[in-house]
Write a protein that binds this ligand. Sequence first.
Ligand code: 5GP
Length: 145
Amino acid sequence: MSLYGEYDPQNIFAQIIRGDAPCYKLYEDDDVLAFLDLFPQSRGHTLVIPKKAQARNLLEIDADSLSKMILTVQKLTRVLVDELQPDGVQVAQFNGAPAGQTVFHIHMHIIPRYAGEGLGIHAASKAEAAELEALQARIVARLNG
Ligand code: 5GP
């Protein structure tokens, strides 16, 4: 599966949206869900996904879902920066396997970057549950504070 193909409703993010799979949720409204990446490339690596669009990538998503997703990316980026005080933030979105996409429900990455710390390998090593829980608590508290 790559740039073109059928949307698979069994992909892991569709399961998370339905509540069939767990996530460390940071924010949710009717249109968008944000949660911590399970295999983070940095401390606070966050994913933002549209809930209503059955789109695999940027080529397929409708304008309304796209707008809501990027506005949530900005909102979460501000919160992550306030709480974690990184030295930079990378925002990324991959389309098709050759571009690095591994989950075929469109999503955006927010990757806080810390001076002197290299970027972890993409989708490679699973974070400790306790670490993700602690981060989730901090970020949700900041979001609601
Ligand atoms: P992509 O490679 O498609 O741009 O990004 C998919 C992201 O989803 C990767 O960063 C990977 O670490 C993350 N990921 C894969 N499976 C899961 C999961 O079950 N839960 C969460 N929270 N993230 C996942």
